[in-house]
Design a protein around this ligand. Structure first.
Ligand SMILES: Nc1ncnc2c1ncn2[C@@H]1O[C@H](COP(=O)(O)OP(=O)(O)OP(=O)(O)O)[C@@H](O)[C@H]1O
Length: 254
């Protein structure tokens, strides 16, 4: 009998005021790419933030996989929650200014999560920064530049390098390609897909665009008014959407 691996992330019957309905649950498996899709205001970012350890649910539990088994992260003391999140999760925001320190160089931004996780060897940290710069197709000669000197697409790649440098189990991305030209979006998604396969990191990606989900996701969850209304592989969802909210998203693809 086929046995599924233990999830890296479990949301068990969570809720958050009226933004997320009571009893919202899902799991994320190792190496899986799961997209949360829905129209504006559906509750995607709220759910992502709860999953990533950034927003405490009013009810329910969020479990992260750790060396000692699943941990209910919001039952940890605040400092332990921060440490667990720093080890386990990488965050990529829609707006690079939400995660990058614009007053620090690109390299300093990328190595920060290593120092946050206890790295004390500067040379080793800089070698990692160099590795991730190259992996994200960024010019290593520009590692000393401030992030504001990079284009929008490059700033998103800086965020991704920073989010992956410490080897998290889960990468949480909130609309990472919004505002970028179509060709830049496609390039970024293809880079992300390649890095996901190389590293085996599980990805939870928020988007309102099913075309993005089709390019990158193994599974899609459709949210509507804070509820999970449908869940399917992207091709199945696009070919045969059942819920009206899913049908609207499919119609918007044309
Ligand atoms: N700080 C807040 N206080 C109260 N309500 C909020 C707050 N932030 C968001 N909301 C509301 O909660 C609902 C869900 O918000 P959320 O940002 O999670 O949705 P979303 O699907 O990510 O939307 P978008 O695609 O527009 O970012 C929306 O109706 C939004 O207006």
């Amino acid at each position: 009998m086929l046995r599924l691996p233990s999830p890296v992330l479990t949301l068990g019957r969570v809720s958050y005021d009226r933004r997320i309905a009571p009893d919202t649950s899902f799991v994320l498996y190792p190496g899986e790419v799961l997209c949360l899709v829905g129209k504006s205001g559906a509750g995607k970012s709220t759910l992502l933030r709860m999953a990533g350890g950034l927003l405490r649910p009013h009810e329910g539990r969020v479990l992260h996989q750790s060396a000692d088994g699943p941990i209910s992260i919001y039952e940890l003391p605040e400092q332990a929650l921060v440490s667990q999140r720093r080890r386990n999760v990488g965050i990529v925001a829609q707006n690079a200014r939400d995660t990058l320190d614009m007053a620090q160089s690109a390299a300093a931004n990328i190595v920060q999560p290593l120092f946050d996780n206890g790295e004390r060897n500067f040379g080793r940290a800089m070698a990692s920064a160099q590795h991730w710069f190259a992996a994200l197709d960024l010019d290593v000669a520009r590692m000393g530049d401030l992030p504001s000197l990079f284009s929008g697409g490059m700033q998103q790649r800086l965020q991704i390098a920073r989010a992956l440098v410490h080897g998290p189990k889960v990468l949480c991305l909130d609309e990472p390609t919004t505002g970028l030209d179509t060709s830049v979006q496609v390039r970024l998604l293809s880079l992300l897909s390649g890095l996901q396969r190389q590293t085996g990191v599980a990805m939870l990606l928020v988007t309102h665009d099913l075309r993005i989900a089709r390019l990158i996701a193994h599974r899609v969850i459709v949210l509507d008014e804070g509820r999970i209304v449908e869940e399917a592989p992207p091709d199945r969802l696009i070919a045969d959407p059942c819920h009206p909210a899913a049908r609207d998203l499919v119609a918007a693809m044309i």
